[in-house]
Design a protein around this ligand. Structure first.
Ligand code: NAD
Length: 500
């Protein structure tokens, strides 16, 4: 395998905009103030992949100013929902036409297997624009019956400028959930993508403009996370913060936004339990278990890194995993056969390595994996299964965010629920069972924003998604999301009771 050769070839097919090192503000590609740039690293080789602008707080100010102006003059908020809907549908269509570029950018930037970048990342993001285009037409207020001598009704209005801050692991999907919804409601956006994986945001700037989104409505500032993000969140010109990222940074962002009394939606860390009952279809369960922890090299907030197995099938499941996991196609993400690619950055690689070493030191038994793979200088870590850890081990309690599965046995349904709910997180959970009553009972008892039964990670733009506990608040997807990008105004018009 020669990843360098593949990368050189594929890079030539990427649009120029990814190599010019510019920001997109007010409909213009421009240098960062100070003209600094920064390299984006290809996680499959550890080498530079592209150069992007290292934006500054002055650039954030310019972007917010542009977005404010675009909001206030009504070039977007003044359009009808139906007009916005047509443009958002056009965005979706262009995304599908430019699928190859988007998928390649996402694959090279994040180390995602190219086949999944097509089938999951681009497809889901394009669906999101399409779905949101449909609900953009339903932003209705309602007439209220009151005893007042008045005609009383509500209006749904956009908020203003939305700050969209997105993480490194699903750049395209997670920015689309925010941007499509913000735009559908008539808001304007300043987007700060993750410093490590900014490429698809730049492509989306081109696509949104091509589709007819007016200048200043979508602005993207690439660069260092904490300084830009902090400044953006504190900015008085921002009316809402839509954040996805770690629980730690999310709490910090929410506290900053609180100083200006700005609403925040916070989609934060996850550490989901996947519960396998002895009555489950074991073959189906194995497929689900593996895909839930290796998908996106485990850098998946909704992944299933904690496996809980009912005692009678515990040894069988461990035995099957020890054989099956090392056979999952692993390596160069640009190879269409690959299922697991590298971790997205040196930082993630170090974090995963440290967690696995700590688990080993805490008495964890390596059922398979437990070490990196030395390949092309990339950040590869072998899919790893660890048994025999105590429930309070860091590898069980904390979010590792890598291809690592811990496995714990349980004896009763009650114990399974206690173990599943026994971390600070509550984003997702799942159970594998053939009992319909148990499916309902356990789903209701799990502390999570979404629960899958006999499957994993099915998402749809129509189904709300978000966390409980330290996994955040607010919902993306569905009409619930659109609600959070608007405010309700009550209008009461007095009716003169005397006839003239
Ligand atoms: P992160 O919290 O480090 O960064 C997220 C974003 O915040 C990035 O754009 C980053 O540059 C920015 N940022 C960093 N410091 C900031 C600051 N001081 N002020 C404002 N912004 C700042 O997260 P990450 O490492 O990019 O992503 C992984 C995390 O995201 C994991 O915890 C994962 O579970 C979570 N995640 C959650 C969801 C969800 O839907 N709940 C989805 C994907 C990822």
């Amino acid at each position: 395998m020669n990843t360098d050769k593949t990368t050189t070839k594929t890079l030539q097919t990427l649009p120029k905009i990814l190599t010019t090192g510019r920001l997109y503000i007010n409909g213009q590609w421009q240098d960062a103030t100070g003209e600094r740039t920064t390299d984006v690293i290809n996680p499959a080789t550890g080498q530079s992949l592209a150069t992007v602008a290292a934006g500054t707080v002055e650039d954030i100010d310019l972007a917010v100013q542009a977005a404010q102006q675009a909001f206030e003059d009504g070039r977007w908020s003044g359009l009808s929902g139906r007009q916005r809907s047509r443009i958002l549908n056009q965005v979706s269509q262009i995304m599908r036409e430019r699928e190859d570029e988007l998928a390649l950018a996402e694959s090279l930037d994040v180390g995602k297997p190219i086949t999944l970048a097509h089938a999951v990342d681009v497809a889901t993001a394009a669906d999101q624009y399409e779905y949101t285009a449909a609900i953009a037409q339903q932003l209705d207020g309602s007439v209220r019956e009151t005893p007042l001598a008045a005609h009383a009704y509500t209006r749904r209005e956009p908020l203003g400028v939305v700050a969209a801050i997105t993480p490194f692991n699903f750049p395209l999907i997670l920015s689309s959930t925010k941007i499509a919804t913000a735009l559908a409601a008539g808001n304007t956006v300043v987007h700060k993508p993750a410093a490590d994986t900014p490429l698809s945001a730049l492509l989306m700037a081109e696509i949104l403009t091509e589709a007819g989104v007016p200048d200043g409505v979508y602005n993207v500032v690439t660069g260092p996370g904490s300084s830009l993000g902090d400044h953006l969140v504190r900015h008085s010109g921002i009316h809402k913060v839509a954040f996805t990222g770690s629980t730690e940074v999310g709490a910090h962002v929410a506290s900053l936004a609180g100083l200006n009394l700005r609403p925040v939606t916070a989609e934060l860390g996850g550490n989901a339990a996947n519960i396998v009952f002895a009555d489950a279809d074991v073959d189906k369960a194995i497929e689900t278990i593996i895909s839930a922890f290796v998908f996106n090299a485990g850098q998946f907030c909704m992944g299933g890194p904690r496996l809980l197995v009912e005692r009678p099938v515990y040894d069988t499941i461990l035995e099957i995993l020890s054989q099956a996991v090392p056979n999952v196609p692993f390596g160069d993400p640009t190879n269409p056969e690959t299922v697991v690619g590298p971790l997205a950055s040196q930082k993630q690689f170090d974090k995963v390595s440290q967690h696995v070493e700590a688990a080993r030191a805490a008495g964890g038994r390596m059922v398979c994996g437990g070490e990196p793979l030395d390949l092309d200088g990339g950040f590869y870590y072998k899919p790893t299964v660890i048994a025999d850890l105590p429930p309070d081990a860091a590898a069980i309690q904390e979010e590792i965010f890598g291809p690592v599965l811990t496995v714990q046995p349980f004896d009763t349904e009650h114990q399974a629920i206690e173990l599943a709910n026994g971390t600070e997180y509550g984003l997702a959970a799942g159970l594998q069972t053939t009992s319909i009553s148990r499916a309902h009972r356990v789903s209701a008892a799990l502390e999570a924003g979404i629960v899958w039964v006999n499957g994993w990670a099915q998402l749809d733009p129509a189904m709300p998604f978000g966390g409980v506990k330290n996994s955040g608040w607010g919902r993306e997807y569905g009409p619930e999301a659109l609600e959070s990008y608007t405010r309700t105004k009550s209008v009461i018009i007095s009716i003169d009771q005397e006839q003239s």
